[in-house]
Write a new protein. Structure first.
Length: 303
């Protein structure tokens, strides 16, 4: 197969913009953390942060909210990356929030802990006194995320009001806040899914094996392939099959849809995405709950 020629012009501009935003975070905030999911976007964020402050370490930590229903490959990659980079890693568990009675585990066929992690995240932000939580959200992912600014203000309850955001004229960011408030910051807002993969290809950034085709036990529900796991409750009509699949987006197993694919290299993933007419989040089962699922969660303090 012919090798891909990676366009560098616009990728260099996107990289410069993201690095500028990350340096603004360092200049305006005291305790910033990268919200690490183990997915490609947060991995690219870590890579950008390492470039932005090289040869020093970035003045950021990494924060992962573990639902208890993550892919094992994600957890292993997370730990290896933290060790490789030397960045402090904080992990907080949804299971602890459940034990403390702050949230209640969902039951039934559509049960997921994805929504529950909002409480755990807000508690972690308060506990660790994080004033800027850096995320890998992109405006092309979903209509609610398209409303985000680079610096997204959160009130003292961790909530987001899309009607009360600050102007960002000429790349001037206003990080002023009152006690108890914080910001979510999205340095790769203007990137697309294809941009992320082209950048991974250009920079030779390692990503979890979940992104490449592999054989896995799956079942089909409402137009989406889901991974089989001990905590997944299947309907009587849902039979387990073994298929060649990969992840386009990685999250909680209960809501991470899998793509039937034979893409085993980054080049093949780039070609697959370029030809796809299905959006990246088209395979996210949690987005099927309602038309406003993402915006409702964001207002409550979700990523």
């Amino acid at each position: 197969m012919e090798l891909l020629a990676v366009p560098t012009g616009h990728l260099n501009e996107l990289e410069d913009e993201a690095i500028y935003v990350l340096r603004e975070v360092a200049a305006q905030f005291e305790r910033a953390a990268i919200l690490f999911s183990g997915g490609k976007d947060s991995i690219v964020l870590v890579h950008l942060a390492m470039k932005a402050f090289y040869p020093a370490l970035p003045p950021f930590s990494m924060l992962h909210i573990d639902t208890g229903h993550n892919f094992q490959e994600t957890l292993e990659f997370r730990d290896a990356l933290a060790q490789k980079t030397g960045l402090p890693l904080f992990v907080r568990f949804v299971e602890d929030s459940i034990r403390q009675g702050k949230v209640k585990d969902e039951t039934g066929y559509n049960a997921s802990r994805n929504v529950l992690q909002t409480v755990t995240l807000l508690d972690a932000i308060e506990e660790l006194k994080i004033d800027a939580a850096i995320g890998g959200g992109r405006r092309d992912e979903e209509k609610a995320r398209a409303k985000e600014r680079f610096f997204s203000h959160r009130d003292e309850f961790g909530q987001w009001d899309p009607r009360n955001q600050r102007p960002e004229l000429w790349n001037i960011f206003n990080g002023r806040k009152n006690p108890g408030e914080h910001f979510r910051v999205f340095p790769i807002s203007n990137w697309t899914e294809l941009d992320v993969w082209l950048y991974i290809l250009k920079e030779k950034i390692p990503v979890p094996s979940l992104y490449f085709t592999h054989r896995r036990e799956v079942f089909f529900r409402d137009g989406i392939w889901l991974a089989n796991a001990p905590f997944m409750i299947r309907k009587s009509s849902e039979t387990i099959e073994i298929r060649d699949v990969r992840c386009r987006t990685i999250g909680d197993i209960t809501c991470t849809g899998l793509t039937l694919s034979r893409a085993s290299t980054v080049e093949e993933i780039v070609r697959e995405i370029a030809a796809s007419r299905i959006t990246e989040r088209g395979g996210r089962y949690d987005d099927k709950r309602s038309e406003a699922a993402m915006e409702d969660r964001k207002r409550e303090g979700y990523f």
